[in-house]
Write a protein that binds this ligand. Sequence first.
Ligand SMILES: [Zn+2]
Length: 431
Amino acid sequence: MSGNSPVVYFYDPEVGNFHYGPGHPMKPQRLAVTHSLVLNYGLYKKMNVYKPYRASYHDMCRFHTEEYMQFLQQVTPGNVAEFTKCLSSFNVGDDCPVFEGLYDFCSRYTGASLQGAAMLNNNQCDIAINWSGGLHHAKKFEASGFCYVNDIVIAILELLKHHPRVLYIDIDIHHGDGVQEAFYLTDRVMTVSFHKYGNYFFPGTGDMYETGLESGRYYSLNVPLKEGIDDNSYAFVFKPVITEVIKCFRPSAIVLQCGADSLASDRLGCFNLSFKGHGECVKFVKDLKLPLLVLGGGGYTLRNVARCWTYETSLLLDETISNEIPYMEYFEYFGPDFTLLSDKGSNDNPHNANSRTYLENILKYVSENLRNIEHAPSVQMHYTPPDWFDGTDTTAGHQLSESEANNEFYDTKDENKEKDVSCKKPDNNEK
Ligand SMILES: [Zn+2]
């Protein structure tokens, strides 16, 4: 392992073992499969691999209410009947079920994002990767869209201790509503979300005209897209929007949510991005050379989520990897072609409903709004709250040696591995 790699990567060997329940499209196992590919491509040698810290109750209450966190801490599949009255108020039920180890799951994915933010603050890395994070729908006092605790908001709050302005970019197919809502009134965080909008597509927010309020006016930016968007059309809006945002907002750190449900053939999505088109956005943001926290998010065709995030790990490391999937414990998931960037013909959404005129109009509107913030706000940082930890505390989540990384992770056997072969379109718009 290189001693001073600019990239840190978090992986909790337990995080892939949680189950939302039979038939639920969100499968944490995708994280174990992604990690297995990252290991077997040898990418772990090029970055510092950490078994992350687990977020405490107190950490999670930095955004969420105590009432809601207490509920998450106490509820189990066994005692859920005692909480009947709370379930609907916390929006827990079908989409966001109570499953075994729910609180523990939240604490693990949130801890990794928080530690990533703290290490960026301390200049211990240039890029921090947590594919288990990116749960952008969770609200202050309720669960939403398979998300319970909003690790993104908690990580951004940590970054704000050192950074006057943080940019959040979201390329999940769903609107990044939880993050937008959390920072809707402030000019210190600019949220930029590219997503499918219209026809009641979940969560229903993210119209171009949602731009923020009070001090936050013009600091929420939405790019509502229609079904079937392809690589060229996506890049046509993504690149100029981000370029202009950087110029006007001048962030000193970026958080990038890389939801993989914007890929073609996603079980719940309806966009038509290839791995290269999705990865192009990641590369574009990386090339801005600002401290960067990279997170996962949605993604419901398991093998493609693993392909996407492995490929993007290689892009973040500037490493070229073979298109042939290395032999590993989930090898059979990648048949029949066993390639990384498989050129699937199974295109569910061949029609790109985004006309050039439609996209040009969005660009024009965004550009007009950004003109209002042409000068980056000067943030008076009178008081910097104490760091959550300085990243050198070994109890806070430890770095794995090469052999440790290898052994620990090669040994994990998931007896319940469930192959996600379903690519059928849902009959309703889930997340
Ligand atoms: Zn999504």
